[in-house]
Design a binder for this molecule. Structure first.
Ligand code: HEM
Ligand code: HEM
Length: 209
């Protein structure tokens, strides 16, 4: 195994070791928040705060681990002697800068309070991920959602679910205060749970190639 081979394992290993266990805890805490609000069971006052904090860790961890996958895909071509890296060192540096900017955006999103700032950092982060993903080094399978292979694209499944997590992180106060937002939150996160399962399947499949 070369250094770049080990680097290729970082994204799947972090997903399995850190992200998926936090997903389980977040879903469990979300259900407890609901039971508490509806008075079905007696839950501690800390439960909603814990759910929200787990959601924050989950979103930041997913963005970080997705960025590692992108950086790996660029570096793999960079270190490939047979294929010259289009744009050379300047383009590589720019791509790494966008990756760093996207990470800074999600960290900023998890601390800012003003609605406009939350919207801006969420959009900046997601635009960074979409921008990096649109580069030719990234294997997207298909860009047409009406084509069935689009839904087997690990990339598209990954960026869609990351976008929905960023939306939850950006809308935390609104989810707490409005019943309509809570409904939207639960619906969008049922979809996230489904997409997380598809990401696990398509990601494991990618390891075969
Ligand atoms: C794995 C995905 C997630 C699931 C399945 C989930 C599920 C839920 C559920 C069932 C509720 C209770 C709704 C109710 O009371 O009717 C809830 C509330 C909430 N969720 Fe999530 N959630 C997820 C991810 C997230 C994320 C990523 C965040 C953002 C950091 C987040 C923030 C919140 C907040 C702020 C509330 C309101 C808590 C309160 O009432 O004080 N959730 N969620
Ligand atoms: C939250 C779940 C996940 C998300 C959001 C996600 C997202 C992504 C994204 C956006 C890429 C970039 C595409 C590219 O660089 O070509 C990628 C690459 C990849 N993913 Fe995932 N992924 C997830 C889980 C997994 C899992 C569970 C595995 C395997 C067990 C996996 C294996 C891979 C592999 C092998 C690649 C190719 C690049 C690399 O090895 O770093 N992913 N993923």
């Amino acid at each position: 195994m070369t250094a770049i081979n080990w680097f290729s394992l970082l994204h799947p290993v972090l997903m399995i070791l850190f992200v998926y266990p936090v997903v389980g805890a977040t879903i469990r805490l979300g259900l407890l928040v609901r039971e508490r609000r509806l008075g079905i069971t007696n839950q501690l006052a800390a439960v909603p705060v814990e759910h929200s904090d787990h959601g924050r860790w989950l979103t930041v961890a997913v963005v970080f681990t997705v960025l590692i996958a992108f950086v790996y895909s660029f570096l793999k071509i960079w270190f490939e002697p047979a294929e010259p890296f289009t744009g050379g060192v300047l383009r590589l540096a720019l791509l790494l800068l966008v990756a760093a900017g996207s990470f800074i955006a999600v960290v900023a999103l998890s601390v800012v309070k003003k609605p406009a700032l939350r919207a801006i950092f969420a959009l900046l982060c997601w635009a960074g991920l979409l921008g990096l993903g649109s580069e030719p080094e990234i294997w997207r399978v298909s860009d047409n959602p009406f084509n069935t292979s689009f839904w087997s694209s690990h990339y598209w499944i990954g960026v869609l679910l990351t976008g929905l997590l960023l939306f939850s992180l950006a809308a935390r106060p609104e989810i707490q205060n409005s019943i309509r937002m809570r409904r939207l939150h639960v619906t969008s996160n049922v979809l996230v749970a489904l997409l997380l399962a598809v990401a696990a399947i398509t990601g494991t499949r990618n390891l075969l190639w």
